[in-house]
Design a protein around this ligand. Structure first.
Ligand SMILES: [Zn+2]
Length: 178
């Protein structure tokens, strides 16, 4: 169990399509633990393995009181449409409205290798879709119009130039965790 450094825009692993997990073994469970620890340290609502430098299809969610791991996740149903401001631990300080299906049905394996099927809406549905994108090498900025994306990325690069491609999650001050 460890808090891992988070990879930042520009790190190639964020653009890799993560590999399927063949067997949910202790190594995969250790990866799940690291993802949970790192997500908590960064106060995130979700984190994908690519974001800690591991291109394998594993991600975790902690949104609206629902905390779970998803291994080889798939979205098998999606409907509705919802546009909400979104951000990403791998693109710090950047936010933009992203339209996504409002409701999804997710199928995955849990950390015991058992199949799970889950109906998710609102923030949980959004977080799941955001993490699945990461496993395909897709970032939320890829959902923006070319012009918006270009503006956001050029501004971001200006603000974050000369920064390393990984960063240690900032631990929240206790008074901020209300
Ligand atoms: Zn992200």
């Amino acid at each position: 169990m460890a808090i891992r450094d988070i990879h930042i825009l520009g790190s190639p692993v964020l653009r890799h399509r993560a590999e399927e997990i063949e067997t949910v073994d202790d190594e995969v469970r250790a990866l799940v633990e690291d993802l949970f620890d790192t997500m908590a340290a960064a106060s995130g609502v979700g984190l994908a393995a690519n974001q800690i430098g591991v291109a394998r299809r594993v991600a975790v969610i902690n949104a609206e009181g629902q905390t779970f791991a998803m291994i080889n996740p798939r979205i098998v149903e999606a409907d509705g449409r919802d546009s909400t401001e979104e951000g990403c631990l791998s693109i710090p300080d950047a936010f933009a409205e992203v339209a996504r299906p409002q409701r999804i049905v997710l199928e995955a394996l849990n950390e015991d290798g058992e199949p799970i099927r889950m109906d998710a809406t609102a923030l949980v549905a959004r977080a799941v879709q955001h993490e699945l994108d990461h496993l395909d090498g897709v970032l939320f900025i890829d959902h923006l119009s070319p012009l918006k994306r270009q503006l956001l990325v050029s501004r971001w690069k200006k603000d974050h130039r000369n920064e390393p491609l990984t960063r240690t999650p900032r631990l929240e001050e206790p008074e901020e965790t209300a």
